[in-house]
Design a protein around this ligand. Structure first.
Ligand SMILES: C[S@@+](CC[C@H](N)C(=O)[O-])C[C@H]1O[C@@H](n2cnc3c(N)ncnc32)[C@H](O)[C@@H]1O
Length: 404
């Protein structure tokens, strides 16, 4: 492969913004593409994929390349060089790479490969935490799976189209997909590409949503006509799916504490022609209090560490801190206590996270069931999805019934 200097410079700049300015990888890439509108789709693809690879393997590459903080632009060139050499490519003869020898890089790589925290490139604290939570065997397998590139999955919007017809339409637009067995609304892209430019997307025929995430809304067992509350709706990934399962009938109330997320949800709902959604911004406790005991179904898609979606957001490995885990666990328990009150007797509460840590999942549900608010619920079913088992994101869902 021949490397173009301006693209490699682009990679180094994005990495500098991610690691020195704390910007999320997707945002840093977006900014870079806006600044370089002349880049074609292949150029953008090269920059994005290289950046994600280096972010994913940051610790390993730093050890192999003997790169130490504080990181400057030249260090990001060195990260790039390690990526080139470990991928068996020829390093260009540029001054930035002077003194880097393939043999030396490979000889440092060999022993590191045998140590999980280097091989899978995770900070010490996260490696210990994962092992303590999941046990050595599952954590080792899971880490390896979470370091792979995630497939792109679409969810057909059944309000407007079946997955089979969507598949035909996308084919006409030059996009090959496969149905995904076991996930009734899902289509997997055969090749990565910008699906947001297609007419099918503009028509509202699909959303991009991982297959594991597509299992959450069906877990609520909604039927048309119900009153359903999505208590942490965000930009509405699950809300839109719920609207489709409810066939646009009944009431779907989407709550969140951030107005811009609900604004985005409204935009998406309009495109999807999902008309039974009402957004309510949580400005004070009264907004929630008014809904007490009124819902057939409540979904708490709780804020979490996102450890199940590391394939999409590998920079979380470097941005997460153990203090955040403590804080988010407290929030999760508060959300369970507050929003469980919205479920009416006989109704169902679904608690979900995109984390694989038992401390955010099954332990939270256990603690809730022992709390005063949890006493009137019983656990009906819980499910843990793992990238290493199912091939999609890591997710946890628990369904609880209000019995009193
Ligand atoms: C995992 S995200 C939800 C993703 C969303 N359900 C989806 O499928 O796209 C968690 C959401 O909880 C929201 N949140 C955080 N604290 C909250 C609170 N106290 N009440 C309601 N929502 C909250 C966040 O703003 C965020 O949008």
């Amino acid at each position: 492969m021949r490397f173009h200097r301006n693209l490699v410079e682009g990679v180094a700049e994005v990495l500098e913004r991610i690691f020195n300015s704390g910007i999320y990888a997707d945002k840093a890439l977006e900014q870079q593409f806006r600044k370089n509108r002349q880049w074609g789709s292949r150029d953008r693809g090269f920059v994005a994929e290289t950046v994600y690879e280096i972010v994913r393997w940051k610790r390993l590459y730093a050890e192999v390349g003997e790169i130490t903080p504080p990181f400057k632009k030249k260090d990001y060139y060195r990260y790039f060089a390690v990526w080139v050499l470990l991928n068996d490519q020829v390093l260009p003869n540029w001054p930035e790479f002077k003194g880097l020898k393939k043999e030396a890089v490979l000889s440092r790589y060999k022993p590191l490969k045998k140590v999980r925290k280097y091989r899978e490139s995770v900070p010490d604290w996260l490696d210990s935490l994962g092992e303590a939570g999941l046990g050595s065997e599952l954590w080792t397998r899971e880490l390896a799976a979470l370091n792979e590139q995630a497939p792109v999955i679409l969810r057909a919007n059944r309000l407007l189209i079946s997955p089979e017809t969507l598949q035909e339409k996308l084919k006409e637009e030059g996009i090959g997909t496969d149905l995904v067995p076991g996930y009734p609304d899902a289509l997997q892209l055969q090749q990565r590409g910008n699906v947001f430019r297609t007419d099918s997307f503009k028509e509202g025929f699909f959303e991009v949503q991982d297959a594991a995430s597509q299992t959450v809304a069906p877990f609520l067992e909604v039927v048309p006509g119900m009153r359903v509350i999505d208590a942490c709706a965000g930009a509405g990934g699950k809300t839109l799916h719920l609207a489709a399962l409810m066939k646009n009938k009944g009431q779907l109330i989407a709550l969140d504490i951030y107005p811009q997320k609900l604004q985005e949800l409204k935009k998406r709902a309009k495109r999807a022609k999902a008309f039974n959604i009402e957004t309510r911004l949580i400005t004070d406790a009264k907004v929630v209090k008014r809904l007490k005991g009124s819902a057939d179904r409540v979904l708490i898609d709780a804020p979490c560490t996102g450890l199940g979606v590391l394939r999409r957001n590998p920079d979380a490995k470097w941005k997460l801190e153990s203090s955040f885990l403590e804080r988010v666990c407290e929030t999760q328990q508060e959300l369970l206590a507050n929003y469980s009150a919205l479920v009416k007797k006989g109704g169902l509460l679904v608690y979900a996270t995109c984390s694989i840590l038992p401390s955010e999942n099954t332990r939270q549900v256990e603690a809730f069931l022992k709390s005063p608010q949890g006493k009137c619920f019983r656990l009906v079913e819980e499910r843990s999805l793992y990238a290493s088992v199912d091939g999609f994101d890591g997710f946890y869902t628990a369904r609880l019934e209000r019995v009193d």
